[in-house]
Design a protein around this ligand. Structure first.
Ligand code: NAG
Ligand code: NAG
Ligand code: NAG
Ligand code: NAG
Ligand code: NAG
Ligand code: NAG
Ligand code: NAG
Ligand code: NAG
Length: 412
């Protein structure tokens, strides 16, 4: 199992009947008041609009349950600035809302990884909007925000939601309503534009144009978009291609060799986020060669053959997997189709086996570089009390994975 999962039980307290929202109507009335009182009437409006779509009620009704959620809640100005003051009454809106809801509690002050690490949480966004293996949901990538004046990295409760070429930032304090942690943010994730795109389109946003043009010229467009279902893309930045051309005979290689070289940067059928990787982990690429992940002095590397690339930026979610940017083109034209096929089919069955444990969230608690922090039960007594709610006092089982990770030296 790749993902470091663990379970803990969150006690649902007694005294349940003392809570106001002991039925759905009361619960949603209370949510409405709570959102409006906290400057989030735009979000409430979006919920009401989504409630009239086909898929909306399924998402909205999920909130009234024994599960606990964190909602990244765009402020009113955020909806307006994004041209979404009249959100579309269709599945796009439901996808957008889904991407802002995480089925676990992430305390903005204590559970978010400091910059250069990530807290990765599974949102409620799933297929068909995303093509991830085993009906896995799309992740949200969070880190603490740095004070832009002082450069201070202390976690003062400010959170950054990282996208490919966008960030959303928390604005104001997180508050609790019943089973919900609600964190106001300054913009909705521009999900409709970006998360619906494949790794290829995201690579364009990231300026990895050399990789894109090589993918196109070697005829790999479709293979890496439609035929890559939940893939991990190690995308070399432009300078990597320039360096490879200068130092090897890369650019004069046959197209088949160039294609294999690119496929040696892709894992087919496994979406491997940085926290899934431990030093020494070995994978089989789409070309069938071994790819090894290593850490050294806080930096992260991958190697294929005699080439080694440093990971510059990790965990950029794309509709069909995840992108990690690397600094070196690993010029390995060798391939082994049999191994590639075997790896793809075992990745696929592993991913399906994983569906039962993917209601999972990463929670901060970061220590040294390159360590995966073990999953602490971050549910403090205070939190448990604020979450004591509704129904019958059973124990809710929470599944969690720890997900922190160190980036390489550079940021892009
Ligand atoms: C729901 O809860 C509210 C507030 O406690 C109460 O006034 C109302 O009668 C309840 N409705 C139903 C259908 O139980
Ligand atoms: C969603 O719509 C249903 C049916 O019209 C209604 O009963 C429910 O109160 C609505 N929920 C919200 C949160 O608007
Ligand atoms: C988050 O943790 C901080 C520090 O422990 C605590 O003061 C705060 O109340 C917590 N927030 C929520 C919403 O529980
Ligand atoms: C950044 O730090 C300055 C100086 O300590 C402080 O006044 C300011 O409130 C901080 N900004 C944020 C967004 O925390
Ligand atoms: C997003 O935040 C990171 C800091 O974590 C920063 O390096 C990057 O430039 C930001 N991106 C945008 C588009 O603002
Ligand atoms: C591949 O995709 C790129 C970018 O979307 C496009 O410009 C190019 O024409 C495509 N190439 C082929 C062969 O389809
Ligand atoms: C040039 O390409 C050939 C064929 O792939 C390879 O055997 C040779 O080692 C390469 N030379 C250099 C300098 O990389
Ligand atoms: C991934 O594996 C599937 C099934 O074996 C195959 O159809 C597809 O072409 C592969 N994609 C890549 C990028 O290797």
């Amino acid at each position: 199992m790749l993902r470091n999962t663990s379970l803990f039980a969150a006690l649902i307290g007694i005294g349940v009947s003392a809570l106001p929202a002991d039925n759905a109507t009361a619960y949603f009335n209370g949510l409405q008041s709570s959102l409006i009182n906290n400057g989030l009437s735009g979000l409430w409006n979006a919920i009401v609009v989504a409630n009239h779509t086909d898929s909306g009620p399924g998402l909205i009704n999920k909130l009234y349950s024994d599960d606990r959620f964190t909602i990244y809640a765009p402020l009113n100005s955020a909806w307006d600035n994004s041209g979404l003051s009249q959100p579309p009454a269709n599945g796009d809106l439901v996808s957008l809302l889904s991407y802002h809801i995480v089925k676990a509690t992430l305390n903005s002050s204590t559970d978010i990884a400091p910059i250069r690490h990530h807290t990765i949480a599974f949102t409620e966004l799933r297929s068909p909007t995303v093509d991830l293996p085993g009906d896995q949901t799309q992740v949200i990538v969070l880190e603490t925000a740095v004070n832009s004046t002082t450069g201070d990295n202390a976690n003062n409760g400010d959170v950054l939601v990282r996208g490919d070429s966008w960030n959303a930032t928390s604005l104001g304090d997180q508050f609790v309503y019943e089973n919900l942690f609600i964190q106001p943010i300054d913009k909705p994730s521009p999900l409709l534009k970006t998360l619906a795109q494949s790794g290829l389109a995201i690579s364009a946003n990231l300026g990895a144009t050399s990789a894109l043009s090589t993918i196109s010229s070697t005829g790999l467009n479709e293979t890496l978009s439609q035929d890559c279902y939940g893939c991990t893309f190690f995308i070399p930045v432009n300078s990597a291609f320039a360096a490879a051309s200068a130092s090897t005979n890369y650019s004069s290689l046959l197209q088949d060799d160039q294609r294999n070289i690119l496929l040696n940067h892709v894992l087919n059928g496994s979406t491997v986020y940085s926290p899934d990787m431990s030093s020494g982990n070995a994978y089989i690429t789409s070309a069938g060669m071994p790819l090894v992940y290593l850490t050294n002095e806080g930096k992260s590397f991958i190697s294929v053959g005699k080439f080694r690339a440093s990971i510059l930026r990790s965990d950029i979610p794309v509709s069909n997997g995840v992108v990690h940017l690397i600094d070196t083109l690993m010029v390995v034209p060798q391939n082994n189709h049999q191994k590639a096929d075997d790896a793809a089919s075992s990745a696929s069955s592993e991913a399906h086996a994983r569906t039962t444990t993917t209601n999972v969230v990463g929670i901060g608690g970061i220590t040294a570089p390159a360590t995966r922090t073990s999953s602490a039960a971050t549910s403090t007594p205070t939190q448990s009390q604020s979450f004591a709610k509704k129904s019958n006092g059973i124990n809710a089982i929470w599944k969690m994975a720890m997900v922190t990770f160190v980036l390489g030296e550079l940021w892009i």
